[in-house]
Write a protein that binds this ligand. Structure first.
Ligand code: ZN
Length: 445
């Protein structure tokens, strides 16, 4: 199966960084919100790579304590001065109009305009990203320096938008594995032209789904592309029973910058996915951060709400809200890079490799160590850090393969990479020293 390679090894072939970066750049210009044609256009772009199911949920549909909102679309928006010059124009950047702005067309005083403009005084050259999904309002966003330069008495403001009954769109793709147990991979698709948050996550998961086609896996992999908060809530409301199949999950956002990596644990805190990511980050060679769960962030808030309490964590590079580019025009295509995307992708692929290959073995000899020398096993296993580490891996695998420890348990206890422990177990198994046994393999301990 899988051409002799593990799932993780198969996933990391080619140049994922360049491909993910190119797709992020393709969807970056689209004006997205929590509903509307920009979301549909993005979902269609994803569907050009994978066989995505696109769902439309009508305005007014009740989803737990929420209601699917009216659909928002915008055609044009600008502020014009008395000489007819456009101060800011939606056509130049979709960040200039606050998402879900109601339509407006009139002349107003500079003082009144000030009530409808967002700027960042501490970052005077950047345009902020603002939304007003659930309160009728309108506003423009612009650089503080530009706003301070305005000195006309009156300005023409135009937002040619509509808020009307329509639907909320989301997309999902299922890679069928040998079991119905699922690994959920979720990205929000509601932000307009922000590259890291979250074109990077959408593009990474699209590439991952594409690379899984034709791969034999133990778990089924569900990819969900939905608007933040309301999209995840809508999916959960329509899939309440189905959600119980989710054994592991990651929300993937902001994966294209050079920071982190950062992982926020699931609400459970000791779920298998929490251990798997912590293990991967410990051995990734970068200064990573692991955060405890908190009910603030992205859609892990919904997946980890008490009625579901799913084992879903948040994978990021820099932590949201902690970098100056966050939710500003500086989160553009220059802020993300193929190398960073490739590393993020590899870390997620390696996590998948661990959940796919974590199993238990029993040491066939059991009473004292088997005689490795006469079998030519000392030094037989190549490790990244040489023979000593490889020999330690062999001794740990033999010692802990007692029917009670999985390969991940052993990797954690030995403080060695899972990939080395897995290769070692395979070689010992090939030499008849280990037999596969049926212990728990899903982190019940
Ligand atoms: Zn965001």
């Amino acid at each position: 199966m899988n051409g002799g390679l593990t799932v993780g090894e198969r996933l990391v072939g080619g140049s994922p960084g360049e491909e993910i970066n190119a797709f992020a750049a393709k969807i970056y210009p689209i004006c997205r919100s929590i509903t509307g044609d920009g979301v549909r256009k993005t979902l269609r772009a994803i569907r050009s790579h994978i066989d995505l199911d696109i769902h439309e949920v009508p305005t007014g549909t009740e989803v737990f304590d929420w209601v699917v909102p009216r659909e928002w679309n915008v055609r044009a928006a600008y502020i014009r001065d008395q000489q007819g010059r456009k101060i800011v124009d939606f056509a130049e950047s979709n960040l200039h109009v606050m998402s879900y702005s109601v339509p407006v067309h009139r002349w107003i005083s500079l003082a009144e305009l000030k009530q409808h403009v967002y700027t960042l005084p501490d970052q005077p050259d950047l345009t902020p990203y603002r939304t007003s999904y659930y309160a009728d309002n309108w506003a423009f966003c612009m650089p503080h320096r530009l706003f301070e330069s305005l000195d006309d008495e009156r300005y023409e403001v135009v937002i040619d938008s509509d808020l009307s009954n329509g639907s909320l769109s989301y997309g999902e793709y299922l890679h069928k594995g040998e079991t119905d147990e699922e690994f959920l991979l979720s990205a929000h698709i509601c932000h307009p032209s922000l590259a890291n948050d979250n074109c990077s996550g959408v593009a990474l998961l699209t590439h991952l789904a594409k690379c899984m086609v034709g791969l034999r896996t133990r778990y089924s992999y569900r990819f969900l592309f939905a608007p933040g908060t309301i999209g995840a809530i809508t999916w959960l409301a329509r899939n309440e029973d189905h959600a119980r199949r989710i054994k592991h999950g990651l929300v993937v956002s902001m994966v294209g910058d050079g920071g982190g990596p950062t992982y926020k644990k699931s609400r459970q805190g000791n779920a298998k996915i929490d251990r798997v990511i912590a293990h991967g980050l410990r051995h990734c060679g970068l200064k990573s951060t692991i955060l405890d769960f908190s009910p603030y962030g992205y859609d892990e808030r919904q997946y980890c709400s008490p009625g579901f309490d799913l084992p879903v964590g948040l994978f990021q590079r820099s932590q949201f809200g902690q970098i100056p580019e966050y939710h500003t025009s500086a989160d553009n295509l220059d802020f993300i890079a193929a190398d960073h995307l490739a590393l993020s992708y590899r870390l997620i692929a390696e996590a998948i490799d661990v959940v796919e290959n974590d199993r238990g073995y029993r040491n066939v000899v059991a009473r004292c160590e088997p005689q490795l020398g006469r079998r030519g096993l000392y030094g037989a296993i190549g490790g990244d850090k040489g023979t000593a580490e490889a020999n330690m891996a062999m001794l740990w695998v033999l010692n802990l393969s007692d029917g009670r420890h999985s390969l991940l348990d052993i990797a954690e206890r030995a403080d060695l990479p899972f990939s080395l422990i897995r290769r070692t177990a395979q070689i010992l198994s090939d030499h008849g020293l280990l037999s596969v046994c049926d212990i728990e393999a899903d982190g019940a301990r």
